[in-house]
Design a protein around this ligand. Structure first.
Ligand code: FES
Ligand code: MG
Length: 580
């Protein structure tokens, strides 16, 4: 039997559960060992709940509980919910980096959604890579889908002070190295930082991508901001379960929600929230699955007139819990108003501007969500896309996390081929660097590391820290944690490992950064660069087998979202062959 788009009841799942004879018996009977009564096979919408959680992914460890609330809503609306696990990527523990596995999660989730008897899916995510990974998968399958992220942790609280996950790790490390904090202080701080279920509560990558999902219209309003432990998140999960059943009936698919207009909204919202640079890579990758034209330059061009409204760490003072109580993302959307495509559709069935027009978006604290006319940071402080002979295919810099005095800078390069090489000498009092040195760190790109880790914001050399230097220009082909800060040129493309110009830089070369001109220049003439290029040899693959080999052979550069070339685009949800 060839499985076509829809079955006897008009639903995809009825090709399995509505089948007659031996096949139908095989599909139904084994499912019934879970105690389902036969009505669940009557042609009602079958909703998969993709749970990207495990005890090895602490930010997502509570997602199976959230799934219970989704199921309640699916049952309530007359659907049949089935929870299934997908790769749980724990940002803090996975080596060489969780990013190395984002595409594998996307591939796994795509295949599971397609291969199973599902009519729609609810995507439960949280930690950094799980949100983009699941949206990439949903884009390639294009079954009706809704996302609900797991929510941020409660604010960290340390000796009367709010502390942010990630952000304060970098700060405490500096305090420790400068002798202003003891090991005991740090151990205590460690216990004060992560106090509840949930993902990082700074405006890091997880919070950013949760907001991106909401701005794209694929996550319901307030889904990004309710703390993980807030009862309203569980109520929202129940409503999500109800709504996905209706979405199956209405055949609302990711491709009808995540359009070019939705991505333009997301890019503007990212500027307004002071979001992570990782959103650039992830949104490019998601768009690539949906066939939506999106380029690196859109992130600079579309957001130049958008000020940063949120005063959140890492750039500001507050945390996600404060953002939630101040009004959440709908309040930011309301503040952006006509800068958005307010008619962009969302999973609620209403356009994204509906809540604004109905006056449902309320502000409760204008110190956290600042008005557009009195923003936290002026327009043009978002992501700058740099180009030049050092980054022919672009590099990015988060202006709000950088130091004003370094935005135009020329200095001598000190080159490191790996973070390990740098950290081996970072404490050396004789290290040949000064405050004007440009630290170049390479071989940290998608293919190089592999997996493009968040290592670009290397801690400053100890000697300079002790001299009171607080920032230096750093240039890297890797990424930076969304919770981090500094004048760091990121995502330099092409990366060193594939022969990008970063591979050709030598100690003492002069590098000019001019953010206003969007320029990153290696002050070495073309003839000399050609000589160096001729002497360059590409690195060998990290492994001859397994995922590492597939990844190395197929990964795209940062300016293309670092997806695999064999995974871009969509295959839809049709399955051509029977299994029995
Ligand atoms: Fe999981 Fe930050 S480490 S969200
Ligand atoms: Mg991160």
């Amino acid at each position: 039997m060839v499985t076509t788009e829809t079955g006897a009841s008009g639903r995809r799942s009825s090709h399995w559960f509505g089948a007659h004879g031996r096949s139908g018996m095989l599909y139904r009977s084994w499912m019934r060992n879970q105690g389902f009564s036969e009505e669940v096979f009557d042609g009602r919408p079958v909703v998969g709940i993709a749970v990207s959680g495990s005890e090895l992914a602490p930010c997502n460890a509570h997602l199976s509980r959230l799934a219970e609330s989704v199921k309640r809503g699916v049952w309530q609306a007359g659907g049949f919910p089935l929870e299934f696990p997908v790769m749980a990527l724990g940002e803090t523990v996975l080596r060489p980096t969780a990013m190395f596995y984002r595409n594998l999660l996307a591939m796994e989730a795509e295949e599971l959604m397609r291969a199973n008897p599902l009519d729609g899916v609810v995507l439960l995510s949280g930690c950094d890579k799980t949100t983009p990974g699941l949206l990439m998968a949903a884009g390639s399958v294009d079954l009706p889908a809704m996302m609900l992220t797991g929510g941020p942790m409660l604010n960290g609280k340390y000796r009367g002070q709010d502390i942010g996950s990630g952000t304060h790790v970098w700060k405490f490390e500096e305090e420790l190295r400068a002798g202003r904090m003891s090991e005991a202080d740090c151990a205590f701080a460690e216990s004060c930082m992560s106090r509840s279920n949930g993902h990082c509560m700074t405006m890091g990558t997880a919070s950013t991508m949760a907001c991106m999902a909401e701005a794209l219209g694929i996550q319901p309003p307030y889904g990004a901001t309710w703390p993980a432990v807030d009862a309203r998140r569980y109520a929202a999960a129940q409503r999500t379960g109800q709504r996905i059943v209706a979405m199956v009936e209405e055949d609302v698919r990711p491709s009808t929600i995540m359009t070019r207009h939705a991505f333009e909204n997301a890019i503007r919202v990212n500027a307004a929230i002071g979001g992570s640079t990782n959103a650039v890579i992830h949104l490019l990758a998601i768009a690539g699955r949906l066939g939506v034209p999106l380029s690196l330059d859109d992130f600079d061009g579309l957001a130049r007139d958008i000020p940063t409204l949120l005063d959140l760490m890492p750039s500001g003072r507050f945390l996600m819990e404060d953002f939630c109580y101040a009004g959440g993302l709908p309040a930011v959307l309301a503040e952006l108003g006509d800068a958005l495509h307010t008619d962009a559709p969302t999973v609620t069935g209403e356009p994204i501007g509906a809540a604004i027009e109905a006056g449902r978006a309320e502000y409760h604290d204008r110190t956290v969500i600042r008005p557009r006319e009195d923003p936290f940071q002026p327009a043009g402080s978002g992501t700058a896309v740099l180009r030049g002979n050092l980054a022919p295919n672009g590099a990015v810099l988060k202006q709000s996390a950088a130091s004003p005095h370094l935005m135009r800078h020329r200095g001598r390069a000190r080159v490191f081929d790996s973070p390990e090489e740098y950290y081996a000498v970072a404490d050396d009092p004789e290290l040949d660097v000064d405050a004007d040195t440009v630290l170049v760190l390479r071989n940290c790109g998608p293919a190089g590391y592999p997996g493009m880790p968040e290592v670009s914001n290397v801690a400053l050399p100890t000697r300079l820290l002790n001299e009171g230097v607080t920032d230096m220009v750093r240039v890297c082909d890797g990424r930076m944690s969304g919770t981090a800060y500094g004048t760091v040129v990121l995502h330099t493309a092409p990366e060193a490992a594939v022969g990008g110009p970063l591979a050709l830089v030598r100690d003492g070369d002069e590098i000019t950064l001019d953010v206003a001109a969007r320029a990153l220049t290696l002050e070495v003439d073309d003839a000399e660069l050609e000589r160096r290029r001729a002497a360059w040899t590409p690195p060998a693959p990290h492994s001859e087998r397994g995922w590492s080999r597939v990844y190395f052979d197929h990964v795209l550069q940062a300016d293309q979202g670092a997806d695999l070339d064999i995974l871009t685009g969509a295959s839809g949800h049709a399955v051509p062959r029977e299994s029995h």
